[in-house]
Design a binder for this molecule. Structure first.
Ligand SMILES: NC(=O)c1ccc[n+]([C@@H]2O[C@H](COP(=O)([O-])OP(=O)(O)OC[C@H]3O[C@@H](n4cnc5c(N)ncnc54)[C@H](O)[C@@H]3O)[C@@H](O)[C@H]2O)c1
Ligand SMILES: N[C@@H](CCC=O)C(=O)O
Length: 515
């Protein structure tokens, strides 16, 4: 009997014992940096000469690992092994498939700080953010295992005399999983294990920025008993194998999370039927955000400032859910801005491998350059009232940055920056707060800080985002509690960590028997 789902608790780093244990995990992982990692195809470890090097974003000199890169020929081999594995994995009882996930969750839980320490080095995550990422990965394993058990029996249909009707779900076939680097354990884990537990073998192409922690997941699933060929690990240059994976005639689905540009490209390519392809491909594409917190005239202003600062600067704003727009009622604008600046001044920034800091380096040079450029753009679009400093001499450090009096149509109000930059703007009344909140092409998360029940109810239906929060920040959805996915150009609204998620990777079948 499986216990009810409960989300994995976060570690309290004020506790001396927890801090010591985390430091020990960092030491362990540091002693393992710089190793070589293979592809995994049909359970076989394949080392290639062409390797990508993963570095610590907080300390560019430090090599986290050298990871073999797959070619198109490797993709073909991986697909063949996935097709072979599909023959048996799809018929494995749902409970047995779920057990692999439950066992993997138990393994990761026992080695939780070690996984988080890998995230500190591979993704540059501060301790608490790394801990949250690992906890979310555990949650996905526990939640999707249970969800599979729940739907394994199918749905009830009506029966007539001498006729028995059955409605059940079956796997679709092998698919491709393409995650981003920003939740380098949780999203990799969730987007891979959901189709797997549903019975579909997977080709996993991790982000080129965080391949080592992705390999650690592959090891765990193997240890948990996943049969060979069900999870093929094929890191590689997206320019070489990205389109090839999506276009492959045997790809049945693409489970993608990443930028709008890549998601749209995948959608378009996957729609084209290739020679020899005998099915339509499904695409789950969870993409970017330009997320807004609106603050009403009647609101808890300390809560508002806290929500804005933590949603904008947690993990340096590198969350699709991050608050990059704070739209404030004119009566409380100055006060909220002042409080937000005061809170931001208290944030600590540094190398996350050295101490438990609030913010660390951003992920990579491309990210750093992009954010720095947007800060320059912002200087012409509003008034820089805090931060703006950047330094990539040792790692990719960007300080938390606040602009005020920005036109809601300005570039820094419309384009996803994916860094620690938040723009403030003023609105006349609640209608205008909502109008500005909705005036982007994205629709992922948003929050309303208000004591006015009528206004909250108005926002419930008129604030067009997939994940809307009242009187809290707009980040940190929890599996099973806030299923996650966006509207508009934020994606296909897949609601990861929610009760319908596995259906994206299943076909419903009806069998009707006459007696
Ligand atoms: N909506 C969500 O749930 C969610 C969650 C996390 C991140 N994101 C978004 O992800 C973005 C940041 O991640 P990123 O920088 O890794 O995004 P990205 O689009 O650059 O890369 C995402 C993945 O796609 C791969 N890729 C790149 N080009 C490809 C191609 N032509 N074909 C196939 N695969 C290709 C990359 O190698 C990577 O694995 C942000 O826009 C963020 O908002 C969204
Ligand atoms: N699910 C995460 C965001 C994932 C994207 O980066 C959150 O709710 O903050």
């Amino acid at each position: 009997m499986v216990l009810p789902f409960k989300h994995e608790p976060f570690t309290d780093f004020n506790d001396e014992t927890n801090r010591k244990e985390f430091e020990a995990a960092l030491e362990l992982v540091e002693s393992e940096l710089g190793k070589d990692y293979p592809l995994v195809i049909n359970g076989e470890k394949v080392f290639t000469d062409d390797k990508l090097t993963s570095i610590n974003p907080g300390n560019k000199e430090q090599v986290v690992g050298h990871v073999s890169q797959a070619t198109k020929a490797h993709v073909d081999r991986a697909m063949e092994s996935a097709l072979e594995a599909f023959k048996t994995w799809r018929k494995m009882p749902a409970a047995a498939r779920a057990d692999v996930l439950f066992k993997a969750a138990a393994i990761v839980r026992r080695r939780k700080h070690e996984f988080s320490a890998w995230l500190v080095y591979d993704a540059g995550k501060p301790w608490s953010q790394a801990d949250g990422d690992t906890a979310e990965g555990i949650d996905f394993l526990e939640y999707y295992g249970r969800q599979m058990l729940d739907i394994a029996g199918g749905k009830r249909l009506e029966n007539r005399p001498n006729e028995h009707n059955a409605y059940f779900y079956q796997a679709m076939g092998p698919g491709v999983v393409i995650p981003p680097w920003n939740f380098a354990f949780a999203i990799v884990c969730g987007t891979a294990v959901a189709p797997i537990v549903a019975g579909n073998p997977v080709l996993l192409k991790p982000s080129e920025h965080t391949p080592v922690i992705a390999y650690k997941l592959v090891e765990v699933l193997e240890e948990a008993g996943l049969p060979k060929g069900v999870l093929n690990f094929i890191p590689g240059d997206p320019l070489e194998i990205g389109d090839y994976l999506v276009d492959h005639k045997d790809t049945h689905f693409v489970n993608f999370t990443g930028s709008r540009a890549t998601g749209v490209r995948i959608m378009e390519r996957a729609a084209k039927v290739q020679p020899g392809q005998k099915h339509l491909k499904r695409v789950v594409a969870e993409m970017g955000g330009k997320d807004t917190i609106i603050v009403d005239s009647d609101a808890d202003l300390d809560l508002a400032a806290d929500a804005i600062v933590n949603s904008a600067f947690g993990f340096s704003g590198q969350k699709c859910s991050a608050c990059s727009r704070a739209i404030i009622h004119k009566d409380v604008y100055d006060e909220v801005l002042e409080k937000a600046i005061a809170l931001t001044k208290e944030l600590t920034i540094g190398d996350p491998a050295m101490e438990n800091v609030y913010m660390a380096a951003v992920s990579n040079q491309k990210q750093f350059d992009k954010i720095r450029d947007y800060i320059e753009v912002g200087k012409n679009e509003g008034e820089l009232v805090y931060g703006g400093e950047t330094d990539d001499s040792k790692g990719y450090y960007v300080h938390p940055t606040i602009f005020k009096d920005v036109d809601p149509n300005a570039r820094i109000m419309q384009e996803e920056i994916f860094g620690p930059v938040v723009a403030f703007a003023k609105a006349e009344d609640f209608d205008e707060l909502l109008e500005i909140a909705n005036n982007t092409e994205y629709g992922l998360t948003g929050a309303v800080i208000s004591n006015n029940r009528e206004h909250l109810e108005q926002a419930r239906y008129d604030f067009h985002v997939g994940n809307l929060y009242f009187n809290r920040g707009c980040t940190a959805a929890i599996v099973g509690y806030q299923p996650f996915g966006g509207f508009k150009m934020s994606g296909t609204d897949s609601k990861a960590g929610g009760p319908d998620y596995l259906n994206h990777f299943l076909e419903a079948k009806v069998v009707s028997e006459t007696y």
